[in-house]
Ligand binder design. Structure first.
Ligand code: GLU
Length: 457
């Protein structure tokens, strides 16, 4: 057995013994669930799936659908329009609280029922049936398999859902809901009755943790921006009136549902889902809260925990590089005699702020004292965020102004975006160094060099 499954089994064994909490009964059908069922599932960023206990037991998604449908409406409307209809402030109230923003009637956030019903109404569709179908297809894309409805739970909630209908009518009278309240609530009940397992929910959470890319199917389900916003709302509002305490103790964006499901996303690491029906007074599954609290501590998952940078960004620094190009004896003599030096700094991995700061510090240290050439070998770099890209380009432009030739080697996809940037852009370190040598051999000064006097560091 692999070590992840082993440690999940161990956690599952211990937490199974925990009692306490009440199985939700206001939707009569939910009260029939087995309070002993307990499942845990994890999906990693590479799409590996781990599970322990009843991770394949089906239950209804309920409020765990809310962040995903929010992501759909956000994709349809864009962030500004979305915010006009549904706020993003934690309400500090119960999931079914009857409270709207004074004046506008806008619900506090999309994770409480009022906000979720308003969000469902914003999903673009020709009619209610098409809207339900679109939501089902959307949740299925997150799960990576076709999901269906639990018709019994749907009927049970529809027969007992007057409080949610009351919320919808209240929003309609306050002007924050345009659609027919009865029909919108019905679509919301169908959304809540989508049948999932903890294993499905773990893939759904992992898709958010991977910036909108489903790690199992490889499909991009939502944009990075929508995934980030969805996780942000989960972090502040996902755990209802227990949201603050949750952020303190566990520190992960999460969402619970009244049928016993709970998801949490550790961005860039994994999605986790737990299933256990007894709920605490805030409506969150008791065993799931205990298991995640322990896991967060054991694996330092808290969002505010400073990340450990395990890989070094700078792979090597060369102070006087030569290419493998065949040079005739006259050229070789020029290059040997030329006091100008070609420095190379190599880097690997994803370049975010911290990595780029390390890289550019290495560039400053390696820059030749007299105008020469600087090669950035970024061929082992797998990602460059927009801010870091601006920092790198500014550094190259500065080196060029100070009289250095600059060349950069990058993987082809990055090169395609290189138009108009300073220096030479190629796909290999050797080509970049050879390009600098060719400049020396032709006696060229870099374009844009204002000052080719020796530069002292
Ligand atoms: N369908 C449930 C309701 O609206 C969802 C609540 C929950 O899962 O917390 O009452």
């Amino acid at each position: 057995m692999d070590p992840v499954t082993e440690s999940l089994n161990e956690l599952h064994r211990r937490i199974s013994a925990l009692t306490g909490g009440e199985v939700a009964s206001y939707i009569p059908k939910l009260a029939q669930a087995d309070p002993d069922d307990f499942g845990i599932a994890i999906t990693s960023m590479s799409g590996h799936r781990y599970q322990a206990g009843k991770a394949d037991t089906a239950f209804t998604i309920q409020s765990v659908s809310k962040p995903f449908v929010y992501a759909l409406a956000l994709t349809d409307l864009g962030p500004d329009e979305m915010l006009r209809h549904v706020g993003a402030e934690p309400s500090g109230e119960a999931f079914n609280a009857i409270s709207l923003e004074p004046g506008t009637g806008r619900p506090a956030n999309p994770m409480v029922n009022a906000g979720a019903i308003a969000t469902t109404a914003l999903v673009k569709a020709a009619d209610p049936a098409a809207r339900s179908a679109r939501i089902l297809g959307w949740l299925s894309a997150f799960a990576g398999r076709p999901l269906d409805h639990d018709e019994d739970v749907y009927a049970s909630e529809a027969a007992s859902g007057d409080r949610n209908r009351a919320l919808a009518y209240l929003m309609r009278s306050a002007g924050s809901l345009e659609d027919d309240p009865y029909s919108v609530t019905d679509t919301y009940f169908r959304q809540c009755s989508v049948r999932v397992t903890a294993a499905d929910l773990a893939v759904m959470a992992a898709t958010l943790a991977k910036g909108g890319l489903n790690p199992v199917t490889g499909e991009r389900v939502v944009s990075q921006d929508v995934a980030v916003r969805t996780l942000a709302v989960m972090a502040t509002c996902g755990m209802y009136d227990g949201a603050g305490q949750w952020l303190l103790n566990v520190g992960l964006p999460a969402k619970s549902g009244v049928a016993g499901g709970l998801i949490a996303a550790s961005p860039g690491r994994f999605g986790i889902a737990l299933y256990s029906t007894p709920l605490d007074t805030e409506g969150n599954p008791v065993r799931a809260v205990a298991a995640l609290t322990e896991m967060s501590e054991r694996f330092s998952l808290h969002l505010m925990h400073a990340p450990v940078h395990l890989t070094t960004t700078v792979t090597d620094t060369v102070h006087a590089a030569r290419s493998s190009r065949a040079r005739d004896s006259a050229q070789a003599a020029v290059l040997d005699r030329d006091p100008r030096r070609i420095a190379v700094v190599g880097a690997q991995g994803d370049l975010e702020f911290t990595e780029t700061e390390q890289l550019l510090n290495a560039v400053v240290r390696a820059t030749p004292a007299t105008p020469g050439a600087m090669v950035l070998d970024l061929t082992a770099v797998t990602g460059i965020s927009p801010g870091p890209a601006t920092m790198i380009i500014a550094t190259l432009a500065d080196l060029q102004r100070r009289g250095h030739h600059v060349a950069i080697a990058l993987q082809q996809p990055f090169l395609d975006q290189a138009d108009g940037h300073p220096g030479s852009w190629t796909t290999t370190r050797d080509d970049a160094v050879a390009w600098c040598e060719d400049r020396f051999l032709s006696g060229e000064h870099p374009v844009g060099a204002q000052d080719i006097a020796p530069h002292s560091q």
